[in-house]
Design a protein around this ligand. Structure first.
Ligand code: PLP
Length: 487
């Protein structure tokens, strides 16, 4: 650890470790493992709670607020909370913070399932908007300001606008332009930037959505930064959002036993970004650019960047498109796994290896080399570029997500379910965008795309019937909402 890092929680964690090692901290608090390595092994090493670990139980809140306050100050935010529940927690808290059951919100349909389930929790009614698709790559681009302006004009009762930026594949909205539109309508703009914690920390990257004016931004510090898994941060301005309501919403969905280790890692990774971000992200950008140059030598492979895609793009994101090389991404991924490389996402047409500021020159060069040679080995007949089903869902809402979640449901045959109202979430994961969502009329296109993705070898998550022989639909026989068999 850099001793100059301005991260009070990380300092407290280091001190707790020292006291444990010296036998000065004799914990009669949770966690129950009491740091003994002979019970379930070494995995408990480093696991320190906030309350009773980083600080005495009665002082834990003050220490956490001090750290969050420092982060808020760095960003010019009025409100900041760390989370041990990932961007999932942040997204769901923000849905609980912006309105009341029955209220209308504008949401991009490529949102992560956590936001969709947030709409269920909060009882909000989404007006869905779609991002445009880039014809050449099939990738979703950022939501357009004109789309949001149009939707706001048609729905003047809108309580908030939720957009995902950057997307899973690094494309992003012009948040400053969105902000102009939402400010003019006096509606808060909430950005899920789970993948974008590093944005704005180098002049070659798009602005961080908070700097670009969003009213609230959720980011996963464990994705693009160096935090421990699940670490996240939410920043907000409170002229259009209520601070007390934000607090209540965040607490409502938070564990009461937060891991001090995760919180300390969020604090440390944000301090690292603030103090050394430009240098670390500059080196990351160089490595990713070199990897792109290697991959662009593989005939048919497309590796987009901010110069080839319209709109904002996170140039630290390595996205590899395979259709032109005819290689099957799932086969390439399996082959790479045998070589010891695990990728964040692979489907038939797309590979997304997660490269971060923690990778060194050699690791990224090795990855690029292995990707190139493995794609070559799996070369086939070039295919047309097809946009992933997750980016093109044409939502036809019959019920609100919440009404569908609580409605009576029944399984029906997958073949023949088109036209019925879906009662569950079914999402290829990654990217975790629901292709089937509660309350939406099921289309044949969605059924076919999910079956095809499964046949290709992709992970299809959350389906009550993982074989995709059946799908849960809302029973529309006039029965009252009741408890069904799953989300
Ligand atoms: C756009 C988006 N938002 C939110 C999340 C949830 O993030 P977390 O895993 O930190 O809960 C994800 C996860 O992949 C995501 O892709």
């Amino acid at each position: 650890m850099d001793p100059e890092l301005e991260a009070p929680l990380l300092r407290a964690w280091v001190d707790a470790q020292r006291r444990l090692a010296a036998g000065e901290l004799r914990a009669f608090t949770v966690p129950g493992h009491k740091h003994r390595r002979d019970l379930i092994g070494d995995l408990v090493a480093g696991d320190v709670p906030l309350y009773g670990g980083l600080a005495p139980i009665r002082d834990g809140d003050a220490l956490l607020r001090e750290a969050e306050g420092r982060t808020a100050e760095r960003w010019g935010a009025d409100w900041c909370r760390y989370s041990v529940g990932g961007s999932t927690h942040g997204n769901q808290a923000l849905t609980l913070a912006v309105g009341a059951p029955g209220d209308t919100v504008i949401v991009d349909r490529t949102c992560h399932r956590s936001l969709l389930l947030g709409l269920v929790l909060a009882g909000l009614r989404p007006i869905w908007v779609q991002p445009p698709i880039d014809d050449a790559t099939g990738l979703p681009l950022g939501i357009c300001a004109a789309t949001i302006a149009e939707s706001l004009a048609s729905h003047p009762d809108t309580r908030a606008v939720f957009v995902t930026s950057p997307s899973y594949v690094g494309t992003g909205a012009d948040v400053a332009a969105l902000n102009e539109v939402t400010r003019a309508a006096d509606v808060p703009l909430v950005v899920d930037a789970a993948w974008g914690a590093h944005l704005g920390s180098h002049p070659d990257l798009p602005l961080h959505p908070f700097t670009a004016g969003a009213d609230a931004v959720v980011t996963s510090a464990h994705k693009a930064l160096a935090a421990v898994n699940q670490g996240a941060v939410v920043l907000a301005r409170t002229d259009r959002l209520d601070a007390g309501r934000l607090d209540r919403a965040m607490e409502a969905t938070a564990t009461t036993s937060p891991s001090g280790t995760i919180l300390a890692s969020v604090d440390g990774s944000l301090a690292l970004l603030a103090q050394h971000g430009e240098e670390l992200i500059g080196a990351l950008l160089d490595r990713v650019r070199r990897a792109r140059a290697v991959l662009r030598k593989v005939p048919g492979v497309v590796v987009p960047d901010s110069t080839t895609l319209p709109g904002d793009f996170d140039d630290a994101k390595l996205v590899v498109l395979l259709a032109g090389a005819g290689a099957d991404g799932i086969a390439v991924d399996r082959d790479l796994a045998k070589q010891g490389f695990t990728l964040e996402m692979a489907d038939r047409d797309l590979l997304v290896p997660m490269v971060t500021l923690a990778d060194d020159d050699e690791a990224v060069a090795d990855l690029a080399e292995a990707l190139g040679s493995t794609i070559e080995r799996h070369r086939g007949v070039p295919r047309a570029t097809v946009a992933h089903a997750a980016w093109t869902v044409a939502a036809d809402a019959a019920l609100s997500p919440r009404d569908a979640f609580f409605a009576d449901r029944e399984p029906v045959a997958w073949d023949g379910a088109a036209g019925q109202v879906c009662a569950e979430v079914v999402a290829p994961y990654p990217p975790g965008v629901a292709v089937l969502a509660p309350g939406e009329r099921i289309t044949q296109g969605a059924l076919d795309a999910l079956r095809q993705a499964k046949a290709d070898g992709a992970r299809i998550a959350y389906a009550a019937d993982p074989t995709l022989a059946t799908v849960l639909v809302v029973r529309l026989d006039g029965s009252s909402p009741g408890v069904g068999t799953g989300p």
